[in-house]
Write a protein that binds this ligand. Structure first.
Ligand code: AMP
Length: 282
């Protein structure tokens, strides 16, 4: 397993694989890898003969008050994990390769409607940073398949829309959310939690599950369910950004007859901003 930093090395390797008829799957990450990331690599292996993982902490998707500087960078242990997971190539670019003309006046890719609301409201500019960097990764690697986690549900829909709208010849595949035994979604940010916060953190998933059960049982009072969910999070000490029931397909507000819903929540538990969601098929 090679790790390369420069774009020409990735392109050469991808061209060589493609010449022999092999398909390429890309799993974009910010590193500090956990079993959730590894599960996406397993999905990627089912879709393509070759798997590339990118590791890049993208400055343009962090707000000025966010954790860009503190975000854990653990390239050596990530590489060991990726080798064990059977990854073919790691692409770990630097800022100058990703933004050759600087980040300030960079070419931006934006998916405005799906990026507004939910995390887009709490983190202005975040999704424009995500689409702008993922579009660059797609241009560099030119994968056949790209794999993203359902844990970042709004991000997944934003990227699917970008690919469809720009006619990019890439299939976007999603992988399910991997969780700790108590239900907490695995996340690099979980390590910011103190012991006491870590004990409270699974309430995010519990509140989502509680709401999902009520929806499956036929409750359609969305406003009350959202209020109850936010109250459960507040009781557990979360500073809640949102607790919302949306259409799973387009994140619009659902009608009472909608058959495919997603319940999404985000909030701060101590220093960590945690997000999670549950899909409800009725
Ligand atoms: P990140 O490194 O946090 O940017 O995440 C890279 C990819 O891993 C994204 O597609 C995430 O949605 C996905 N991911 C993060 N956490 C999990 C998890 N617990 N289970 C599955 N996928 C995840």
């Amino acid at each position: 397993m090679n790790t390369v930093q420069d774009i020409s090395s990735v392109r050469e390797q991808v061209a060589a694989w493609r010449d022999t008829g092999e398909r390429i799957a890309l799993v974009p990450t910010m590193g500090n890898l956990h079993r959730g990331h590894v599960s996406l690599i397993d999905v990627a292996k089912e879709c393509a003969e070759r798997v590339i993982v990118s590791i890049y902490v993208n400055p343009t998707q962090f707000g000025p008050q966010e954790d860009y500087a503190e975000y854990p960078r653990t390239l050596d242990s990530d590489k060991r994990r990726l080798r064990r997971a059977g990854v073919d190539l790691v692409f770990a670019p630097d800022d100058a390769s990703m933004y050759p003309f600087g980040a300030e006046g960079m070419t931006r890719v934006s998916v405005p409607k799906l990026s507004s609301g939910l995390c887009g409201e709490a983190r202005p500019g975040h999704f424009d940073g995500v689409t702008s960097v993922v579009c660059r990764l797609f241009g560099i690697v030119q994968p056949d398949v790209a794999v993203f986690g359902q844990k970042d549900y709004q991000q997944l829909l934003v990227i699917q829309r970008m690919v469809a709208d720009l006619h990019l010849p890439i299939t976007v595949v999603s992988g399910p959310t991997r969780r700790e035994a108590d239900g907490l979604a695995m996340s690099s940010r979980n390590q910011y939690l103190s012991e006491a916060e870590r004990r409270r953190a699974p309430e995010l998933h519990r509140a989502l599950q509680h709401c999902a059960r009520a929806l499956r049982a036929g409750d359609r009072d969305f406003a009350r369910l959202e209020k109850d969910g936010a109250a459960a999070l507040a009781k557990a000490g979360f500073e809640t950004d949102y607790f919302e029931i949306r259409n799973a397909a387009d994140l619009d507000s659902p009608s009472s007859t909608a058959a495919s819903l997603v319940v999404l929540a985000a909030g701060r538990c101590g220093p960590a901003r945690l997000i999670d969601n549950v899909i409800v098929e009725l």
